[in-house]
Design a protein around this ligand. Sequence first.
Ligand SMILES: *Cc1c(COP(=O)(O)O)cnc(C)c1O
Length: 372
Amino acid sequence: MKQEVRPVPLSGPYIDAREEELVLDVMRSGRLSLGPTVDRFERAFAEKVGAPYAAAVSSGTAGLHLLCISAGIGPGDEVITTPYSFAATANCFIYEGAVPVFADVDPRTLNLDPAAVEAAVTPRTKAIMAVDIYGYPCELDALRTIAEKHGLALIQDSCEALGAVYRGATLGSHGPSCVFAFYPNKQMTTGEGGMVTTHSEEEWRLLRSLRNQGRGDDGGWLEHVRLGFNYRLDDVHAAIGIGQVEKLDEILALRAQVASRYGELLAGLPGVELPWEDDDEHTRSWFVYVVALPDNATRERVIATFEREQIGYNRYLPSIHLQPYMRERYGFREGMCPVSEDASSRTLALPFFTALDLGDQERVAEVLAAAL
Ligand SMILES: *Cc1c(COP(=O)(O)O)cnc(C)c1O
């Protein structure tokens, strides 16, 4: 009889009895939303990343949208961003009527190339939306210099980079407002959820109002001082978040260990480019493990083998400007951002999560080697 293969999933959360206990406490308290658990989660998170203020929201996308509103982005504005990211990076300002301007990425880090950003600035540019892709810190200081020179807002989509360190300091502590996300494939999860960190008390108050239907600080339940949303995170999900923050150091260390094991298992495998390495200024927080293969045909061949062997994978990440709705709406075409497009055609996410064990990683490496 043929031996059953054990499937290796692409990702998975890292939760245990502690989160269950915290969730039960909230359920038994009767304070399921707008209760004290959200405040506790915000304080614990802010302290963890070294930001003075944090506002919990219902998703990373919601947090990005609110920062676009806070930055005053509106109809007719241009926002410069990276095509090599998740669609929400651009959707958040399109919601406000702004137009995406995609600047190409650095082929090594896959983050925005500051020179390409500078070249994309026009009199209509309002903001730069930077992303720390795959948890690798973007060129924050260079982007800040460009933003200051041209009077632009700088928003950091750090949804994949919780715990990453740039020039000695954790993302969130530097100054620009950041968004983190807690979908179950991220470093930590609340199911759905997100967090905005800011160094401005005024912005923090605005975020808290915007996420809560535009209610004022001291007005009543039915007084709305601005156009708002229901982007609240509830206390049940915040409870999961508290448990995850408690074990975040452990999570990040285990993920770094999993990544380093892949590094050893895949070293010297011809045709496999490993993720760009850390240096003195950049310490990645491991979100996914994405390798680059020689070309698209090779990637599809590997994928066919992974399918057969029940190994999880994803074609991380397609270039945003070539998504069907983007082509249709703005007429974007191939050739606009060649570096991003090339990466999109041949990068592949391997199974990667906090509790991934060595045996499964060895099997992934063997199957990958065999497919190549
Ligand atoms: C996950 C992610 C988001 C959005 O997060 P959601 O919580 O799913 O809305 C935004 N940007 C990037 C780069 C992400 O990886």
